[in-house]
Design a protein around this ligand. Sequence first.
Ligand code: HEC
Length: 179
Amino acid sequence: MSRGPPLMLVLTCALAGILVGCDDMSDQPKYETYEDAPGFPQAQAARQPPAGTVARGALERERAKRHPPEVTQALLSRGQERYEIFCAPCHGLAGDADGMIVQRGFPAPPSYHTARLRSVSDRHIFNVISDGYGVMFPYGNRIAVRDRWSIVAYVRALQRARQMSATATVVPEAKEPGG
Ligand code: HEC
């Protein structure tokens, strides 16, 4: 009847566990990324990427920036959804610059329904989203390239819808022939 050895084993393992647990795991014999590393070129642990290195996905993103996608109903729906998340809080649901953040005191953007913003290029709106404009923050790191184009298409749709309703109200009533 010997239950000793298993108990000893359990205790030994537990003690070993505690000792290992006390080690500082962040302090290991390794180089941090930009640590001095004598013996390496530039005496730094981080390697220089070979000349001509391109970050993964970068070429694709650059291509997508240059070539706007075809405007389809699906793209417009996506644009509306993204617009209402990222832009409407300031620019308002219809682009009149009356969003909640503006009502609470953020500087008011111009309405999209001004002659100047109706005449700017799609690329300008894309760049404003990507890089920001004046006091407006850049959204390039938060909105994917294709989604930025979808928002541009939706802003265009808002502008056109307003213009069409404006023209509809100034159409003179049709006269009765001979009346
Ligand atoms: C936090 C508020 C805010 C949000 C969110 C915001 N904007 Fe703006 N936007 C502004 C302000 C303020 C200006 C005016 C900036 C200035 O003239 O200094 C502006 C200006 C603009 C302009 C006009 C640029 C010009 O040529 O005058 C466009 C177009 C625009 N925003 C599009 C967008 C789109 C699209 C989104 C969503 C992706 C967006 N904005 C999100 C505040 C915002």
